[in-house]
Design a protein around this ligand. Sequence first.
Ligand code: ZN
Length: 144
Amino acid sequence: MAAATIPMVWADKHQGSTEHCAACGRKLHGKPRWVEVIDGGSSVAAPGLNPDTADSGYMGWFAVGTECARRHFKGFTHIWRCRMSVLKRYQVAFCREEDGEFDVVEEFHEHDDHAAIRYCEQEYSGEAWYLFDSEGRNVNGGVR
Ligand SMILES: [Zn+2]
């Protein structure tokens, strides 16, 4: 089994900036990679470990350059500053009156059904929206 954590590497003077690599302190060029830091700053969580963000040792996301990503954090970096693995894809649709078919008006990612429904309630307030998950399951009550 792959390791769940590896040691975090910190630059001597890390500013907590997202424009500088957390591991070497140099200015980032291009798109950074992201590491999810736990254990009060001593460890990096493996993608998929999904550490408890309410834990007192949870530090959050830090940007690292591609060179440091390869050197120190191989297999432990994320392309986005979020856990894509736990984000689900949702589709918002409206039912056409003419034929009862659904028109998808938006696709987005959220952590769970509750968060996705909350999003729709805000964005499509007062409209007859339907929300489907990536398996086509209607998560706000109706039947597709
Ligand atoms: Zn670096």
